[in-house]
Design a binder for this molecule. Structure first.
Ligand SMILES: NC(=O)c1ccc[n+]([C@@H]2O[C@H](COP(=O)([O-])OP(=O)(O)OC[C@H]3O[C@@H](n4cnc5c(N)ncnc54)[C@H](OP(=O)(O)O)[C@@H]3O)[C@@H](O)[C@H]2O)c1
Length: 265
């Protein structure tokens, strides 16, 4: 399936999706149209051959797949302006908008569209996102197409839509949690003797390698910890001290607080 793609909302995420799809060769630049009101920030995509426009109706006429990448508060107005231009026999609508449910989107478009909700993270800019997907009325061809598309931009998991808030916390807020962990490692590394640049390289590559042991070898984290913790050694002493200070507990509590905040707001 070679669909033409409209990205409505060419901001951080919209442009990262366009860049990733072009870089991976998944879509030809001329098969993408990207819209926003101020077009000056889209010049680099335009130079690569992407169509740019401030006319969302033109984008819907052009595309089979419509990716909604605007802010949550902009969704209702936009969908009510565009609802009569959606064609349920042609369009597949994908929303990356945080916190807006599929049923809310269907109400907004007032027609029986196939809708996919996607929750990527900022690593989509380097095609290393974790993207969780939930779907409504989407056939098997479209399901495969969605999986192919987001696989160009990182890894994909299909989830029940009721887990979207949990996916937001673990997958999207998770980038901030991981960055704070990395930052703390770097600060510790500087205190024990490295300059900031070397500490950053060692900490980041070590965390990347640890993640890859799980992703590429299918290891269990605790089994990998056992391999590094020599009896009476320095690793177990450090790990246990971190746990005495509430390391795992503080991470779990942070995740639950973030989740409860989404649920409450
Ligand atoms: N950034 C992430 O990593 C991430 C991850 C997961 C989900 N999300 C969600 O993705 C959505 C986009 O996030 P973002 O970080 O890319 O926000 P952003 O940078 O503010 O991008 C939104 C873009 O929408 C454009 N826009 C606003 N109204 C429009 C309209 N009527 N027609 C066409 N374009 C319009 C804006 O440009 P103009 O003002 O020029 O029109 C802006 O560039 C948000 O809902 C966010 O919650 C983001």
């Amino acid at each position: 399936m070679h669909k033409k793609i409209a990205i409505i909302g060419g901001g951080n995420l919209g442009t990262a999706i366009a860049e990733g799809l072009i870089k991976s060769g998944f879509t030809l630049p001329e098969h993408i149209i990207i819209t926003k009101r101020n077009l000056s920030t889209l010049q680099s995509l335009e130079k690569q051959g992407v169509l740019i426009s401030d006319d969302n109706v033109e984008a819907l006429r052009f595309a089979d797949l419509v990716i909604l990448a605007i802010k949550p508060f902009q969704v209702d107005d936009l969908l009510s302006q565009l609802s009569s231009h959606f064609d349920e026999r042609r369009h597949l609508l994908v929303s990356v908008v945080t916190g807006v449910s599929i049923s809310h989107i269907l109400n907004g478009v007032s027609r029986k569209l196939a809708v996919v909700r996607a929750m990527p993270n900022t690593a989509i800019a380097i095609q290393e996102s974790m993207t969780c997907l939930a779907a409504h009325a989407v056939g098997s061809d479209e399901t495969r197409y969605m999986e192919d598309l987001f696989s160009q931009l990182g890894k994909v998991a299909w989830i029940d839509e009721k887990l979207m808030d949990a996916a937001t916390v673990l997958g999207a807020c998770g980038t901030a949690f991981a960055m704070r962990y990395l930052r703390a490692n770097i600060q510790g590394g500087i205190e024990i003797g490295f300059d900031a640049a070397t500490a950053t390289l060692i900490a980041a590559q070590t965390v990347k390698g640890a993640a890859d042991l799980i992703l590429k070898k299918g290891s269990h984290p605790e089994a990998e910890i056992d391999k590094v913790t020599t009896p009476r050694g320095c690793t177990i002493a450090g790990v246990n001290e971190m746990e005495h200070q509430g390391f795992s507990s503080s991470l779990i509590k942070g995740i639950v607080v973030s989740y409860n905040k989404i649920a409450k707001d």
